[in-house]
Design a protein around this ligand. Sequence first.
Ligand code: PMP
Length: 424
Amino acid sequence: MTVTAQVGRNSTVFEELESNVRGYCRSWPTVFETASGAWLRDENGKDYLDFFAGAGALNYGHNNPVLKKALIDYLAGDGITHGLDMSTVAKRGLLETLRDTVFAPRGLEYKVQFPGPTGANAVEAALKLARKVTGRQGILNFTNAFHGMSLGALSVTGNAAKRAGAGVPLVHVTPMPYDGYLDDADNLCWMRRALDDSGSGLDKPAAVIVETVQGEGGVNVARVEWLQQLADLCAARGIMLIVDDVQMGCGRTGPFFSFELAGITPDIVTLSKSIGGYGLPMALVLFKPELDRWAPGEHNGTFRGNNPAFVTARVALEHYWSDGTLEAATLTKGRRIGRALSDLSTGVPGIATRGRGLVQGVVFEDASQAGKVCQLAFDRGLLVETSGADGEVVKLLPPLTITDEEIDHGLVILSGAVGAICAG
Ligand code: PMP
Protein backbone atom coordinates (compact mmCIF):
# COMPACT_ATOMS: atom_id res chain seq x y z
CA MET A 1 0.00 0.00 0.00
CA THR A 2 1.40 3.39 -0.90
CA VAL A 3 1.50 6.28 1.52
CA THR A 4 -1.16 8.14 -0.45
CA ALA A 5 -3.50 5.17 -0.37
CA GLN A 6 -3.34 5.21 3.43
CA VAL A 7 -4.06 8.87 3.94
CA GLY A 8 -6.44 9.59 1.07
CA ARG A 9 -5.96 12.08 -1.72
CA ASN A 10 -7.23 15.31 -0.39
CA SER A 11 -5.81 18.36 1.25
CA THR A 12 -8.39 18.92 3.95
CA VAL A 13 -6.16 17.85 6.83
CA PHE A 14 -3.68 20.60 6.00
CA GLU A 15 -6.39 23.24 6.24
CA GLU A 16 -8.07 21.66 9.26
CA LEU A 17 -5.06 20.82 11.34
CA GLU A 18 -1.97 22.66 10.20
CA SER A 19 -1.40 26.16 11.51
CA ASN A 20 -2.17 29.21 9.46
CA VAL A 21 1.56 29.92 9.55
CA ARG A 22 2.14 27.49 6.66
CA GLY A 23 3.45 29.29 3.58
CA TYR A 24 4.94 27.46 0.62
CA CYS A 25 1.97 25.09 0.36
CA ARG A 26 -0.14 28.11 -0.49
CA SER A 27 2.13 29.07 -3.39
CA TRP A 28 2.24 25.48 -4.58
CA PRO A 29 -1.17 23.98 -3.84
CA THR A 30 -0.59 20.30 -4.45
CA VAL A 31 0.59 17.33 -2.39
CA PHE A 32 4.11 16.26 -3.30
CA GLU A 33 5.13 12.64 -2.97
CA THR A 34 8.52 11.87 -4.47
CA ALA A 35 11.53 13.75 -5.84
CA SER A 36 14.67 13.02 -7.79
CA GLY A 37 17.40 15.38 -9.00
CA ALA A 38 15.73 18.60 -10.13
CA TRP A 39 12.21 17.15 -10.20
CA LEU A 40 9.37 16.71 -7.73
CA ARG A 41 6.26 14.60 -8.41
CA ASP A 42 2.92 15.16 -6.78
CA GLU A 43 0.52 12.43 -5.74
CA ASN A 44 -1.37 12.76 -9.02
CA GLY A 45 1.77 11.95 -10.95
CA LYS A 46 2.37 15.51 -12.21
CA ASP A 47 6.05 16.46 -12.45
CA TYR A 48 7.45 19.83 -11.42
CA LEU A 49 10.87 21.12 -12.31
CA ASP A 50 12.53 22.61 -9.24
CA PHE A 51 13.97 26.14 -9.56
CA PHE A 52 13.80 26.50 -5.77
CA ALA A 53 15.97 23.68 -4.39
CA GLY A 54 14.60 23.69 -0.87
CA ALA A 55 15.37 27.41 -0.52
CA GLY A 56 19.00 26.51 -1.19
CA ALA A 57 19.15 23.36 0.94
CA LEU A 58 19.28 21.04 -2.07
CA ASN A 59 22.26 22.26 -4.08
CA TYR A 60 23.05 18.66 -5.04
CA GLY A 61 19.44 17.85 -5.99
CA HIS A 62 16.73 15.72 -4.41
CA ASN A 63 17.74 12.23 -3.30
CA ASN A 64 21.17 12.57 -4.87
CA PRO A 65 22.14 8.93 -5.56
CA VAL A 66 25.73 9.24 -4.31
CA LEU A 67 24.61 10.76 -1.03
CA LYS A 68 21.62 8.43 -0.71
CA LYS A 69 23.81 5.36 -0.96
CA ALA A 70 26.14 6.66 1.75
CA LEU A 71 23.16 7.47 3.96
CA ILE A 72 21.45 4.11 3.47
CA ASP A 73 24.70 2.23 4.14
CA TYR A 74 25.26 4.27 7.29
CA LEU A 75 21.74 3.67 8.61
CA ALA A 76 21.85 -0.02 7.68
CA GLY A 77 25.09 -0.35 9.67
CA ASP A 78 23.46 1.09 12.81
CA GLY A 79 25.64 4.20 12.67
CA ILE A 80 24.92 6.78 15.37
CA THR A 81 21.89 8.89 14.46
CA HIS A 82 21.68 11.27 17.41
CA GLY A 83 24.97 12.25 18.97
CA LEU A 84 24.70 15.64 20.74
CA ASP A 85 28.28 16.84 20.55
CA MET A 86 29.84 13.52 21.38
CA SER A 87 32.80 12.48 19.25
CA THR A 88 31.71 10.03 16.59
CA VAL A 89 33.26 8.38 13.59
CA ALA A 90 30.85 10.28 11.35
CA LYS A 91 31.82 13.63 12.86
CA ARG A 92 35.52 12.84 12.65
CA GLY A 93 35.13 11.98 8.97
CA LEU A 94 33.36 15.27 8.32
CA LEU A 95 35.87 17.42 10.24
CA GLU A 96 38.84 15.80 8.50
CA THR A 97 37.21 16.25 5.10
CA LEU A 98 36.33 19.88 5.83
CA ARG A 99 39.92 20.54 6.85
CA ASP A 100 41.48 18.75 3.87
CA THR A 101 38.97 19.55 1.11
CA VAL A 102 37.65 22.99 2.02
CA PHE A 103 39.98 24.80 4.45
CA ALA A 104 43.48 23.68 3.40
CA PRO A 105 43.19 24.43 -0.34
CA ARG A 106 41.89 27.92 0.52
CA GLY A 107 44.47 28.61 3.22
CA LEU A 108 41.73 28.94 5.85
CA GLU A 109 42.31 28.05 9.47
CA TYR A 110 38.83 28.15 10.91
CA LYS A 111 37.64 26.45 14.06
CA VAL A 112 34.34 24.64 13.60
CA GLN A 113 31.32 24.96 15.86
CA PHE A 114 28.24 22.74 15.51
CA PRO A 115 25.27 24.82 16.65
CA GLY A 116 21.66 23.65 16.42
CA PRO A 117 20.90 22.53 12.87
CA THR A 118 19.25 25.64 11.37
CA GLY A 119 20.62 28.75 9.76
CA ALA A 120 19.02 30.90 12.44
CA ASN A 121 20.80 28.95 15.14
CA ALA A 122 24.15 29.46 13.42
CA VAL A 123 23.43 33.19 13.19
CA GLU A 124 22.50 33.34 16.89
CA ALA A 125 25.78 31.65 17.78
CA ALA A 126 27.76 33.99 15.53
CA LEU A 127 26.20 37.11 17.09
CA LYS A 128 26.74 35.79 20.61
CA LEU A 129 30.37 34.99 19.91
CA ALA A 130 31.08 38.39 18.38
CA ARG A 131 29.56 40.10 21.41
CA LYS A 132 31.44 37.89 23.83
CA VAL A 133 34.79 38.38 22.12
CA THR A 134 34.52 42.15 21.73
CA GLY A 135 32.56 42.92 24.89
CA ARG A 136 30.40 45.21 22.74
CA GLN A 137 26.65 44.89 22.09
CA GLY A 138 25.80 46.59 18.83
CA ILE A 139 25.57 44.86 15.46
CA LEU A 140 25.44 46.54 12.04
CA ASN A 141 23.24 44.81 9.51
CA PHE A 142 22.11 45.79 6.03
CA THR A 143 18.94 46.92 4.36
CA ASN A 144 16.98 43.96 2.98
CA ALA A 145 19.06 41.45 4.96
CA PHE A 146 17.59 38.09 5.92
CA HIS A 147 19.17 35.99 8.66
CA GLY A 148 16.37 33.90 10.19
CA MET A 149 13.36 33.93 12.45
CA SER A 150 14.65 33.61 16.03
CA LEU A 151 14.91 36.88 17.95
CA GLY A 152 18.60 37.56 17.45
CA ALA A 153 18.49 36.56 13.78
CA LEU A 154 15.32 38.58 13.31
CA SER A 155 16.93 41.63 14.88
CA VAL A 156 19.43 41.69 11.97
CA THR A 157 16.73 40.96 9.35
CA GLY A 158 15.21 43.84 7.36
CA ASN A 159 11.71 42.70 6.40
CA ALA A 160 9.12 44.68 8.39
CA ALA A 161 6.43 41.99 8.35
CA LYS A 162 8.82 39.35 9.64
CA ARG A 163 10.19 41.73 12.28
CA ALA A 164 6.68 42.53 13.46
CA GLY A 165 6.25 38.87 14.38
CA ALA A 166 8.83 39.23 17.16
CA GLY A 167 6.34 40.84 19.53
CA VAL A 168 9.17 42.56 21.43
CA PRO A 169 11.58 45.33 20.45
CA LEU A 170 14.44 44.11 18.32
CA VAL A 171 17.36 45.96 19.78
CA HIS A 172 21.13 46.56 19.58
CA VAL A 173 21.17 46.63 15.77
CA THR A 174 21.69 49.51 13.32
CA PRO A 175 20.87 49.02 9.64
CA MET A 176 23.30 50.28 7.01
CA PRO A 177 22.68 50.68 3.25
CA TYR A 178 23.59 47.54 1.29
CA ASP A 179 25.55 47.91 -1.91
CA GLY A 180 23.35 49.69 -4.47
CA TYR A 181 20.68 50.70 -1.96
CA LEU A 182 21.37 54.41 -2.19
CA ASP A 183 23.27 54.64 -5.42
CA ASP A 184 25.94 52.53 -7.02
CA ALA A 185 28.80 54.77 -6.03
CA ASP A 186 27.98 55.02 -2.31
CA ASN A 187 30.86 52.69 -1.36
CA LEU A 188 30.03 52.52 2.33
CA CYS A 189 30.35 56.28 2.78
CA TRP A 190 27.69 56.53 5.46
CA MET A 191 28.97 53.56 7.45
CA ARG A 192 32.54 54.83 7.42
CA ARG A 193 31.50 58.34 8.37
CA ALA A 194 29.17 57.18 11.15
CA LEU A 195 31.81 54.88 12.63
CA ASP A 196 34.53 57.50 12.60
CA ASP A 197 32.55 60.57 13.64
CA SER A 198 32.22 60.88 17.41
CA GLY A 199 29.09 62.95 16.84
CA SER A 200 27.23 60.40 14.70
CA GLY A 201 25.51 58.69 17.61
CA LEU A 202 26.63 55.26 16.46
CA ASP A 203 28.41 53.31 19.19
CA LYS A 204 31.24 51.07 18.06
CA PRO A 205 29.61 47.74 17.19
CA ALA A 206 30.72 44.20 17.94
CA ALA A 207 30.13 43.00 14.42
CA VAL A 208 28.83 43.58 10.93
CA ILE A 209 26.72 40.78 9.46
CA VAL A 210 26.39 40.57 5.69
CA GLU A 211 25.22 38.32 2.85
CA THR A 212 27.36 38.58 -0.30
CA VAL A 213 24.16 38.15 -2.32
CA GLN A 214 20.87 38.80 -0.54
CA GLY A 215 18.75 35.82 -1.49
CA GLU A 216 15.55 36.53 0.40
CA GLY A 217 16.07 40.27 0.12
CA GLY A 218 15.65 40.26 -3.67
CA VAL A 219 18.81 38.79 -5.24
CA ASN A 220 20.80 41.92 -4.44
CA VAL A 221 24.38 41.30 -5.49
CA ALA A 222 27.17 43.08 -3.61
CA ARG A 223 30.05 44.08 -5.83
CA VAL A 224 33.44 42.51 -5.13
CA GLU A 225 35.01 45.91 -4.42
CA TRP A 226 32.25 46.77 -1.96
CA LEU A 227 32.84 43.52 -0.06
CA GLN A 228 36.57 44.21 -0.01
CA GLN A 229 36.04 47.72 1.32
CA LEU A 230 33.67 46.38 3.95
CA ALA A 231 36.23 43.80 5.06
CA ASP A 232 38.97 46.47 5.23
CA LEU A 233 36.72 48.85 7.10
CA CYS A 234 35.90 46.19 9.72
CA ALA A 235 39.49 45.00 10.07
CA ALA A 236 40.84 48.54 10.55
CA ARG A 237 38.38 49.19 13.38
CA GLY A 238 38.47 45.83 15.17
CA ILE A 239 34.87 45.02 14.21
CA MET A 240 34.05 41.35 13.60
CA LEU A 241 32.95 40.61 10.02
CA ILE A 242 30.31 37.89 9.90
CA VAL A 243 29.44 36.53 6.46
CA ASP A 244 26.14 34.70 6.54
CA ASP A 245 26.71 32.06 3.85
CA VAL A 246 23.67 30.00 4.83
CA GLN A 247 22.06 30.44 1.39
CA MET A 248 24.94 31.57 -0.84
CA GLY A 249 27.56 29.14 0.49
CA CYS A 250 28.18 25.53 -0.61
CA GLY A 251 28.71 26.61 -4.21
CA ARG A 252 25.54 28.57 -4.94
CA THR A 253 27.46 31.47 -6.50
CA GLY A 254 30.24 29.24 -7.92
CA PRO A 255 33.04 28.84 -5.34
CA PHE A 256 32.41 26.90 -2.14
CA PHE A 257 32.24 30.09 -0.08
CA SER A 258 30.52 33.04 -1.73
CA PHE A 259 33.11 35.47 -0.35
CA GLU A 260 36.03 33.78 -2.14
CA LEU A 261 35.41 35.90 -5.22
CA ALA A 262 36.30 39.00 -3.17
CA GLY A 263 39.43 37.38 -1.69
CA ILE A 264 38.32 38.28 1.84
CA THR A 265 38.49 36.16 5.00
CA PRO A 266 35.56 36.87 7.31
CA ASP A 267 36.14 36.53 11.05
CA ILE A 268 33.01 34.38 11.37
CA VAL A 269 31.06 32.42 8.75
CA THR A 270 27.66 30.75 9.09
CA LEU A 271 26.67 27.74 6.97
CA SER A 272 23.51 25.65 6.93
CA LYS A 273 21.01 24.61 4.21
CA SER A 274 23.18 22.69 1.69
CA ILE A 275 26.09 21.88 4.01
CA GLY A 276 24.29 18.66 5.04
CA GLY A 277 24.24 17.70 1.38
CA TYR A 278 21.02 15.70 1.31
CA GLY A 279 18.63 18.24 2.77
CA LEU A 280 19.17 16.89 6.27
CA PRO A 281 19.29 19.59 8.97
CA MET A 282 22.78 20.72 9.88
CA ALA A 283 24.61 24.00 10.48
CA LEU A 284 28.14 25.19 11.14
CA VAL A 285 29.75 28.31 12.50
CA LEU A 286 33.34 28.82 11.39
CA PHE A 287 35.62 31.34 13.05
CA LYS A 288 39.23 32.37 13.35
CA PRO A 289 40.94 30.28 16.07
CA GLU A 290 41.71 33.27 18.30
CA LEU A 291 37.96 33.95 18.56
CA ASP A 292 37.27 30.57 20.13
CA ARG A 293 36.41 31.99 23.51
CA TRP A 294 33.41 29.78 24.15
CA ALA A 295 33.25 28.05 27.53
CA PRO A 296 32.33 24.36 27.19
CA GLY A 297 28.57 24.02 26.62
CA GLU A 298 28.02 27.78 26.55
CA HIS A 299 26.02 27.51 23.31
CA ASN A 300 24.52 24.03 23.29
CA GLY A 301 21.48 22.28 21.85
CA THR A 302 20.00 18.79 21.61
CA PHE A 303 20.22 18.46 17.84
CA ARG A 304 23.82 19.50 17.22
CA GLY A 305 24.82 15.97 16.36
CA ASN A 306 22.75 14.93 13.34
CA ASN A 307 25.26 12.25 12.37
CA PRO A 308 23.48 11.04 9.21
CA ALA A 309 23.84 14.65 7.98
CA PHE A 310 27.55 14.52 8.85
CA VAL A 311 27.85 11.48 6.59
CA THR A 312 26.06 13.07 3.63
CA ALA A 313 27.93 16.34 4.23
CA ARG A 314 31.27 14.52 4.12
CA VAL A 315 30.40 12.58 0.97
CA ALA A 316 29.11 15.75 -0.72
CA LEU A 317 32.41 17.49 0.02
CA GLU A 318 34.45 14.52 -1.20
CA HIS A 319 32.35 14.06 -4.32
CA TYR A 320 31.78 17.65 -5.40
CA TRP A 321 34.57 19.71 -3.87
CA SER A 322 37.74 17.67 -4.37
CA ASP A 323 38.28 19.56 -7.63
CA GLY A 324 36.89 22.58 -9.45
CA THR A 325 34.40 20.75 -11.69
CA LEU A 326 31.21 21.77 -9.87
CA GLU A 327 32.34 25.37 -9.47
CA ALA A 328 33.10 25.69 -13.18
CA ALA A 329 29.81 24.03 -14.14
CA THR A 330 27.85 26.33 -11.82
CA LEU A 331 29.40 29.42 -13.39
CA THR A 332 28.71 28.13 -16.91
CA LYS A 333 25.09 27.29 -16.06
CA GLY A 334 24.69 30.64 -14.33
CA ARG A 335 25.84 32.39 -17.51
CA ARG A 336 23.39 30.30 -19.54
CA ILE A 337 20.51 31.44 -17.35
CA GLY A 338 21.82 35.01 -17.16
CA ARG A 339 21.94 35.27 -20.98
CA ALA A 340 18.43 33.89 -21.37
CA LEU A 341 17.04 36.23 -18.74
CA SER A 342 18.75 39.24 -20.21
CA ASP A 343 17.26 38.36 -23.64
CA LEU A 344 13.90 38.08 -21.93
CA SER A 345 14.23 41.43 -20.20
CA THR A 346 15.22 43.14 -23.45
CA GLY A 347 11.95 42.03 -25.01
CA VAL A 348 9.63 42.78 -22.08
CA PRO A 349 9.28 46.31 -20.68
CA GLY A 350 9.27 46.73 -16.90
CA ILE A 351 11.62 43.88 -15.99
CA ALA A 352 15.35 43.67 -15.26
CA THR A 353 17.64 40.83 -14.24
CA ARG A 354 20.55 40.31 -11.85
CA GLY A 355 22.38 37.46 -10.19
CA ARG A 356 25.61 35.59 -9.57
CA GLY A 357 26.28 31.92 -10.35
CA LEU A 358 23.12 29.89 -9.90
CA VAL A 359 21.13 32.51 -8.04
CA GLN A 360 19.43 34.70 -10.60
CA GLY A 361 16.55 37.12 -10.29
CA VAL A 362 13.98 38.74 -12.56
CA VAL A 363 12.96 42.07 -11.07
CA PHE A 364 9.49 43.43 -11.85
CA GLU A 365 8.64 47.14 -11.69
CA ASP A 366 5.09 46.01 -10.90
CA ALA A 367 5.67 43.69 -7.92
CA SER A 368 2.32 41.95 -8.31
CA GLN A 369 3.44 40.55 -11.65
CA ALA A 370 6.26 38.54 -10.02
CA GLY A 371 3.80 36.58 -7.88
CA LYS A 372 1.52 35.99 -10.85
CA VAL A 373 4.43 34.72 -12.93
CA CYS A 374 5.31 32.22 -10.18
CA GLN A 375 1.68 31.03 -10.00
CA LEU A 376 1.45 30.52 -13.73
CA ALA A 377 4.85 28.78 -13.77
CA PHE A 378 3.56 26.41 -11.10
CA ASP A 379 0.48 25.59 -13.20
CA ARG A 380 2.84 24.81 -16.06
CA GLY A 381 5.11 22.58 -13.97
CA LEU A 382 7.86 24.84 -12.59
CA LEU A 383 8.54 25.66 -8.94
CA VAL A 384 9.99 29.14 -8.58
CA GLU A 385 9.46 31.67 -5.80
CA THR A 386 9.43 35.41 -5.28
CA SER A 387 11.82 37.32 -3.01
CA GLY A 388 12.41 40.94 -2.10
CA ALA A 389 10.67 43.25 0.37
CA ASP A 390 7.53 43.42 -1.79
CA GLY A 391 7.90 40.05 -3.50
CA GLU A 392 8.99 41.94 -6.61
CA VAL A 393 11.70 39.50 -7.71
CA VAL A 394 11.30 36.03 -9.22
CA LYS A 395 14.26 34.15 -7.77
CA LEU A 396 15.78 31.27 -9.72
CA LEU A 397 17.61 28.86 -7.42
CA PRO A 398 17.89 25.52 -9.21
CA PRO A 399 19.99 22.64 -7.87
CA LEU A 400 23.62 23.04 -8.98
CA THR A 401 23.39 19.54 -10.47
CA ILE A 402 20.61 20.53 -12.89
CA THR A 403 21.31 19.72 -16.56
CA ASP A 404 21.37 22.23 -19.43
CA GLU A 405 18.26 20.60 -20.90
CA GLU A 406 16.41 21.01 -17.62
CA ILE A 407 17.53 24.63 -17.37
CA ASP A 408 16.24 25.30 -20.87
CA HIS A 409 12.97 23.55 -20.09
CA GLY A 410 12.47 25.72 -17.00
CA LEU A 411 13.40 28.87 -18.88
CA VAL A 412 10.84 28.13 -21.60
CA ILE A 413 8.13 27.84 -18.92
CA LEU A 414 9.34 30.98 -17.17
CA SER A 415 9.56 33.07 -20.34
CA GLY A 416 6.10 31.90 -21.36
CA ALA A 417 4.72 32.89 -17.97
CA VAL A 418 6.44 36.29 -18.07
CA GLY A 419 5.12 36.90 -21.58
CA ALA A 420 1.57 35.94 -20.60
CA ILE A 421 1.50 38.01 -17.39
CA CYS A 422 3.27 41.08 -18.71
CA ALA A 423 1.24 41.14 -21.94
CA GLY A 424 -2.03 40.82 -20.05
N1 PMP B 1 20.55 33.24 6.72
C1 PMP B 1 20.24 33.30 5.41
C2 PMP B 1 21.12 34.09 4.49
C3 PMP B 1 19.12 32.61 4.91
O1 PMP B 1 18.82 32.69 3.61
C4 PMP B 1 18.32 31.88 5.82
C5 PMP B 1 17.10 31.11 5.33
N2 PMP B 1 16.48 31.53 4.21
C6 PMP B 1 18.68 31.86 7.17
C7 PMP B 1 19.81 32.55 7.58
C8 PMP B 1 17.86 31.11 8.18
O2 PMP B 1 17.99 29.75 8.02
P1 PMP B 1 16.92 28.79 8.69
O3 PMP B 1 15.63 28.99 7.95
O4 PMP B 1 17.48 27.40 8.49
O5 PMP B 1 16.83 29.15 10.12
